[in-house]
Design a binder for this molecule. Sequence first.
Ligand code: PXG
Length: 459
Amino acid sequence: MNEHSQANYTHALRTTALEHHFPPFTDHKQIEEEGGPRIIEKSEGCFLWDTDGKRYLDGMAGLWCVNVGYGRDRLAETAYKQMKELPYYNTFFKTATPPAVLLAEAVAGLLPDHLNQIHFVNSGSEANDTIVRLVRHYHNLIGKPGKKVFISRENAYHGSTMASASLGGMSHMHSQGDLPLPGFVHVKQPYWFAEGGDMTPEEFGIVAARSVEEKILELGADNVAAFIGEPVQGAGGVIIPPDTYWPEINRICKEHDVLLIADEVICGFGRTGSWFGLQTLGIEADIVPMAKGLSSGYLPIGAVAVSDQITEVLREQGGEFAHGMTYSGHPVACAVALENIAIMKEEGLVDRVRDDLGAYLNSALATLSDLPMVGETRSLGLLGAIELVEDKATRRKFDASVGAGRKCRDHCFDIGLIIRACGDTLVMSPPLTITHEEIDELVAMARTAIERTMSEVSG
Ligand code: PXG
């Protein structure tokens, strides 16, 4: 296509998008004013191209999911082969398919010993919705019908359906759809940089964990079903808890007989340098939702891993588990996920994050600390964050009306880098295949974007 017809093509798609495509997590009026969405059309490795031929380094791995990077022929060939063999069959009513069975075995093999049963769904939201039903059902079966309330954290993200958004702690989501539903409460997040005040991170980790215990005591342990937390909060701003946090949460959940759910939708599949974030951080979970990196986003699939203790009760006393979706354990998605795990193992991607890339990203981000606007950089594995602040010494944030994070994110796009802004926290989660040179490129582009933002906000 020549330049002229390429521009026409882009314009036509953007206009049609405005006419017919009702997009998620988008201000519809704003994209209309901007002439429509940017249209991403091609990919390879860690890079994306839009319809104008502009190249972007994808510092987000899509939406925290393309762990093996773009352009994997093996995954495309696996999907093609499975579609020819058996494009669809369900896993209801005493039936299964080879990919579903083999993927369940593979996922169980990556998890701690007590997590052996894997229930498939199509997304992280469905995984968490499923867990709400499953946990309530379990407590009814064991004669503790009062244990129904879920404790989560402010600013947590657990999905977008009615129950998973109720589990989440995002107030701007709650205000749409009259959420949370009854039976969901939220406590302090372990976000030292924003909320730790004069405490050391270690002291604050204990305080944040104890807010769970205080809530349990307030509600009565007989009324509390479970606590859910992401090992590292992703969409909330890559919030890496102080070292004291998760050990204290383990103690509290055990002591008060509260199930512990580790939401691994972002942290799972190598992101933190172990197969699961719970292994990196020592979380003793009873139930583990996952999605995203399970198939590296090549096809939609999620899963819930359930402890032996719970599955035993469901098997012995539960009768038929009356829950499932048409596409639960879809054979093509399962086959692709299985191949995705095989690629990760063969290329040693998880070890690479633990032994090399995690430290490399950490030091590369730290070079940004000389910028007056950078209050902190932090990372764990290939989850990274840059805090933009008005005053470094006191960690004082900009007034929300300044929109520093949003402005900086937009500069990144202009320069050719995709990272996300959670308020004024820039976050990233690149493919696990990223090279040192690409990390250097990412950080250099982030520096330019922050410098442009600094001159913009300081007049
Ligand atoms: N749990 C966690 C921890 C997530 O990050 C979900 C559950 C829901 O998964 P599904 O597959 O239903 O989207 C998520 C999803 C963002 C962003 O803006 C993050 C997610 C989804 C959309 C946007 O960072 N995380």
